[in-house]
Design a protein around this ligand. Sequence first.
Ligand SMILES: Cc1cc2nc3c(=O)[nH]c(=O)nc-3n(C[C@H](O)[C@H](O)[C@H](O)COP(=O)(O)O)c2cc1C
Length: 381
Amino acid sequence: MSVIELLAKSEFALRTVSSMLPPSLVVRSFTAARNVFLPRFAVDVPRQSFEPPQDQSVNAWGLQFRMPIWNAAGMFKKGHGYEMVAAQGAGAFVAGTTTSRARRGNIVRGIAWPSTQYPLSHSASNWMGLPNEGHATVAARLAKIQKVDACPLVASVSAEPGLEAAVALPELLEGMRRYDDAGVDYIELNESCPNVPGHAGHASVDDELLRRLDTVATQFLAQRRRRLPVVVKLSTDTSLEQLPELIKALVERSFDGVILGNTSTRYNALREQVHPDDRKLFDYFTSMYGGGISGALLRASSLASCAAAVRAVDNCGPHHEFNVIRCGGVAAADDIAASAFVGVHLNQWYVGYFEAFAQHGHDVYRELSACMRPTLARTES
Ligand SMILES: Cc1cc2nc3c(=O)[nH]c(=O)nc-3n(C[C@H](O)[C@H](O)[C@H](O)COP(=O)(O)O)c2cc1C
């Protein structure tokens, strides 16, 4: 067992006492520990690689994904970690989210990028605010990666929050071109981080979002020199009624898919499902920082959103391949089966991944693979 695996296991075991401690101390210590852990975790390459069975692989956009699941954006913000997840057997690797300018993210009262977990609810909150080194730096790093078969390299990008569209959009396009040059296999356009201005829960299809989509469509999608899919990441809070209009907007503009989705800010609605022993911490974090909720609390909404998105795609009848990716509360083989049942064959995980890593270490995908039935379904072209 590596030191990193041991640390993850120990921290996971200690989580159970967090309800007995003052919430401010839990947030401070969890955040500090996570900031030390993550950079080391990204380079802790296991000695033995795991090769998932061929029949669990999925084909989408002409790309082969060894498993129907891989890390959600935000885990490897600097783009370190490909070698590690590739050795674990992940379906792909996502770097970022990056923005055009390096960002410090949210730092308050000496706490850089406040986060916490809710152990008994298998969930978490973060108010990081997209800290990152910028598209150019991370793209240059990704360009040097030796890719492994069927483990696509992915970049998650966002327009620079808080900038005028006239400046932010050309910078976003420039960043996407850098990732194209770096050889990434698909790009995620993050439109749904609740911790920065300009991103939204998409209660409505607003003009600013459409303007960004139009610009990316005409000045990037229409000018691609190779098959480089671009998918848009929306919030799991996007209302089901709103989804058909959003999906139509994406399909009409030739986007290649949608991810449902990002973290949630439905604090009141989700609070009901928070384990009673986690509620003090939940109330503290959401009232002190706000932030986005992730993990098991999103399981039902991500599945319902994905099912609605699949129906909306069917109704649009796109002439190009358009895939729905599920993200939110995915933690086990049963979740992947539930996704497949509603017609979704691509999944991402964040909170569930770390809970599994704490238990199985670098065997995280090996264990998941053993629990899965063959994913015989393939996405359709
Ligand atoms: C600490 C943390 C940082 C995150 N950073 C990003 C990010 O940079 N970009 C992004 O698109 N999503 C980010 N997310 C959201 C996740 O990618 C994912 O959408 C969300 O956690 C729901 O998935 P889960 O329930 O499997 O955790 C972040 C989530 C967490 C917990």
